[in-house]
Design a protein around this ligand. Structure first.
Ligand code: SER
Length: 317
């Protein structure tokens, strides 16, 4: 059966690039983009689009039925920093949207679901270095609690009801096409924009805060390859650890300085420092590598070159 795909949250940082990649793969008309508001021109012009509130069951089910969808990528979410400001809103968006999609899959109306988890499922008591797939998980943010609960529900729906749900614990994602919104790792995107615009940046995390990160191309490739893997290879049905690179604001600034020698960074940590301090510095992703052949392509130098070039081109800086 040809894939008919629905992307919920298609106008966000991941959704925008996922929509383009899937449209190239399976044809523009086979990928329905949806979001609570319209996206950029390219996304809107490249294929079908629906306005959709992910927390509204009837709307989600209606779009799935209208377009005869068999695969859903649920990318709508409130990220860590914003969810700390609006805890109940964050919880409701992140959980209700997931239940809607899982229940529609349980009813047999869709065959496959992708749902993103995050390094935020880990907490201050988790081993920080090479964090294993299975370990202590006591998340201390609303976002992390919602992702941790979501992972448990994904595995539950797989085991109890045979729902084919697949998931990745994304690290901080770096991209130039669409800005991230409301995350703790957003500094690693903002820094490139400011380096090109003003030649300086004030980081909201301390210079030595090391976090796991990944260039968007790698994240999109991982997502599609997990979804394409034969079901029996997908052994983890909560969510897979996934890793590419780890860096601090200081090392990131040094890599930018290789292209813009006069670039200056300063530090003014805010409430996001505590969130970052509760997350791992590096991740052991051997299960993803063994089960479905994950390999990253971008290191820090390659990513920095691509980011600076991409921002110049797309944002005319
Ligand atoms: N990048 C996300 C955030 O910072 C983590 O999944 O909230």
């Amino acid at each position: 059966m040809a894939s008919k795909i629905l992307i919920i949250g298609a106008c966000g940082q991941i959704g925008t690039e996922l929509t383009t990649a899937l449209r190239e793969k399976v044809g523009n008309n086979n990928v329905i983009a949806s979001d609570i508001r319209e996206g950029d021109e390219e996304l809107m012009a490249s294929g079908p689009f629906e306005i959709l509130d992910a927390t509204n069951f009837e709307q989600v089910e209606g779009v799935i039925e209208k377009h005869d969808i068999n695969e859903v990528y649920l990318m709508a979410a409130m990220l860590s920093a914003t969810a700390e400001k609006f805890p109940m809103k964050g919880w409701e968006l992140n959980m209700n949207s997931l239940f809607h999609v899982l229940n529609i899959a349980k009813a047999g109306k869709i065959q496959k679901v992708f749902w993103p988890s995050s390094i935020a499922v880990f907490g201050p008591t988790t081993p920080k270095l090479d964090t294993p797939q299975q370990t202590v998980m006591e998340p201390s943010t609303v976002y992390g609690i919602s992702k941790q609960a979501g992972e448990r529900w994904c595995e539950y729906y797989y085991k109890k009801f045979g729902v084919d749900v697949r998931s990745i614990r994304y690290p901080g994602l770096i991209s130039y096409k669409t800005l991230p919104g409301g995350g703790t790792t957003d500094y690693a995107v903002e820094i490139y924009h400011e380096a090109l615009k003003t030649g300086k940046y004030t980081s909201f995390l301390k210079e030595d805060t090391e976090l796991p990160m990944m260039f968007m191309d790698d994240a999109i490739r991982a997502t599609i390859s997990l979804m394409e893997a034969p079901a029996e290879k997908v052994k983890v049905r909560s969510s897979y650890n996934l890793s590419a690179l780890n860096f601090t604001p200081k090392t990131l600034a040094a890599s930018i300085r290789k292209h813009i020698p006069e670039f200056e960074i300063s530090y003014a940590p805010d409430f996001r420092q505590e969130i970052a301090d509760s997350w791992p510095s590096s991740i052991d992703d051997s299960h993803a590598r063994e089960d479905w052949g994950w390999q990253h392509e971008y290191d820090l130098e390659k990513m920095t070159s691509e980011m600076l070039e991409g921002i110049r081109e797309v944002h005319h800086v």
